[in-house]
Write a protein that binds this ligand. Structure first.
Ligand code: SF4
Length: 305
């Protein structure tokens, strides 16, 4: 097995999970969480068993209750809704998503028309769009760029943090060609964890007969890893649960690549390796492209007293 490294939890996901755990330890139950705290069914199920109640809309949270916002961020309209309902909020938005929101506010304050490169319907994109809804347009592809109106004033772009690095670069190039004066973020919006996991999977896919991506199907960064591996010509299987590994797939594969999206817990990776070891001798070789040292502090209301 070729183990892509880095893989699995990123600093933003670790922080979001720790926030819910700390809230469960410190405050009376239930602790409400708006949307999936991170896009992984195992993480959500585990926290639900420990007393977290996941809701899709703040209307489902009783007035005055405690609610955690997920790692993907929320629009100002959701924050206003929480204030109106008198909810106590703990914000688990990843600081790297918060940075993108700040960029949108900065560009909007200058009067720019803003292009968000991202995926429609994803919670992160919805939250980011909500920072300047009247002046932000979502695009995903080069064709979408061609369909943008001819903006007359200043223009700027920002990105969802979990895009495919190579595809996003093509869209940025198309934007620069169409709007030569367009401004971009100071540093790349695609986060370090997304970039590292994509580089690692690229290194491993080239040498693998088959590649497993561990993650849930609504996890944007996990889906991008699977697409990248497929684009490299490597047969790729998405694994949400240890039981998803099918014997038939293994028959022809001498070298199996393994990665996990930023929201997939390390225990799942261990579980898949353990199961494969049960079938016969397995040699595990790591392919590391980066060492990650990023950590994020807990919000001050939860920091250790
Ligand atoms: Fe933050 Fe990146 Fe992890 Fe998303 S993938 S939670 S932006 S570190």
């Amino acid at each position: 097995m070729l183990l892509a490294q880095p893989q699995s939890f990123c600093a933003g996901v670790e922080r979001a999970v720790q926030i819910v755990e700390a809230a469960l330890a410190r405050y009376p139950h239930p602790v409400y969480v708006r949307k999936q705290i991170v896009h992984n069914t195992h993480v959500v199920r585990d926290l639900a068993e420990r007393g977290a109640v996941f809701v899709d809309d703040l209307d489902e949270v009783p007035e005055g209750a405690l609610v955690v916002f997920s790692a993907h961020g929320v629009s100002p309209a959701v924050r206003a809704q929480a204030r109106r309902r008198g909810l106590r909020v703990i914000d688990a938005t990843c600081p790297l998503v918060t940075k993108v929101h700040a960029e949108v506010r900065r560009f909007a304050a200058r009067g720019d028309d803003i292009v968000l490169i991202g995926h429609a319907g994803h919670e992160e994109s919805e939250g980011t769009l909500g920072e300047a809804p009247g002046r932000t347009t979502l695009v995903r592809t080069v064709d979408d760029v061609a369909r943008l109106p001819a903006y007359e004033g200043g223009t700027a772009y920002v990105m969802q943090t979990t895009l495919a690095v190579d595809e996003a670069a093509e869209v940025v190039a198309a934007l620069r060609e169409r709007f030569p004066g367009i401004k971009g973020p100071g540093s790349d919006d695609i986060c370090y964890a997304t970039t590292n996991r994509q580089e690692a999977v690229r290194a491993v896919a080239a040498e693998s007969d088959l590649l497993f991506v561990i993650g849930s199907p609504n996890s944007s960064n996990s889906l991008r890893l699977a697409e990248l591996s497929e684009r490299a010509g490597t047969p790729t299987r998405f694994v949400e649960d240890v039981g998803d590994v099918r014997l038939a797939d293994l028959a022809e594969a001498a070298r199996i690549g393994l990665t996990a999206g930023a929201s997939a817990p390390p225990a799942l990776v261990d579980g898949v390796i353990r199961n494969l070891r049960g079938l016969g001798p397995v040699e595990v070789v790591e392919r590391r492209v980066a060492v990650e040292t990023t950590t994020f502090n807990l919000p001050k209301e939860l920091a250790a007293r």
